[in-house]
Design a binder for this molecule. Structure first.
Ligand code: BG6
Ligand code: MG
Length: 220
């Protein structure tokens, strides 16, 4: 194992709850009620795709122009930015700080494969930007998770082969993306974790020692 590639929301920090809150309020403002169960489908999914899924769920797919959809997505993001504005290193999920330090010390490369365009801002707020050897810009990708493109791009930026990498995710779509990329997948907590090569109940279980024990190469 030469590199570890992280998802952000729900893995490094618990922003998944803020995405949910912002989407729930936005959906409600246009007469659509979403719950935690529906929210599972939004994890790892880009902003515009999430909006489309919500409109579809509410039977309102054809009710908004492209411009209005842009405005709805912008409103959600504004609300979300408000919710994450006060983030500090204290918002790192349990064990993540130590895990990043151990990876760095062991010379293992660290990458970010998040669909979020707010990723760099959040890494800065958490004061962990300097740990990352590669940060994929999701705006440059053709396909979102579950397509493997984002994890393949992270490995390419790190100059690693997929089989040398582990990917860590909390979303169904994300774990599918890691598996499809040919990397060792680690799934956190959610029901999503079922398809992962190694499942942990919480980030507190993520240690370099344990990951090295579970890691297996997935050469084709
Ligand atoms: C993913 C989240 O990491 O990023 C999704 O799991 C979110 O919930 C997506 O929609 C895009 O995020 P952003 O910050 O660009 O709206
Ligand atoms: Mg996530």
């Amino acid at each position: 194992m030469k590199a570890v590639i992280f998802d952000l929301d729900g893995v490094l920090t618990d922003t998944a709850k803020y995405h949910f809150e912002a989407w729930k309020n936005l959906a409600r403002s246009i007469g659509i009620e979403i719950d935690e169960t529906f929210n599972q489908h939004l994890l790892g999914i880009s902003r515009m795709e999430s909006l489309e899924l919500i409109l579809q769920f509410g039977g309102r797919s054809d009710d908004f122009s492209a411009l209005e959809k842009d405005e709805l997505a912008a409103r959600k993001n504004e609300a979300y930015r408000g919710l994450i504005s006060g983030m500090t290193p204290a918002d790192l999920l349990p064990g993540i700080g130590q895990f990043l330090r151990d990876l760095k010390e062991a010379g293992i490369k660290i990458g970010l494969a998040s669909a979020s365009r707010n990723g760099p801002f959040i890494l800065d707020s958490l004061q962990i930007t300097s740990f990352f050897d590669a940060i994929v810009d999701p705006a440059k990708l053709k396909k979102g998770k579950p397509d493997p493109e984002i994890f393949a791009a992270a490995a390419a930026q790190l100059k690693m082969r997929p089989a040398e990498c582990a990917g860590i995710e909390d979303a169904v779509a994300g774990i599918q993306a890691i598996n499809a990329a040919g990397m060792f997948s680690v799934g956190i907590a959610t029901p999503a974790a079922a398809a992962a090569d190694w499942r942990v109940a919480s980030t507190a279980e993520l240690t370099l020692e344990r990951l090295k024990q579970h890691f297996t190469r997935k050469d084709k």
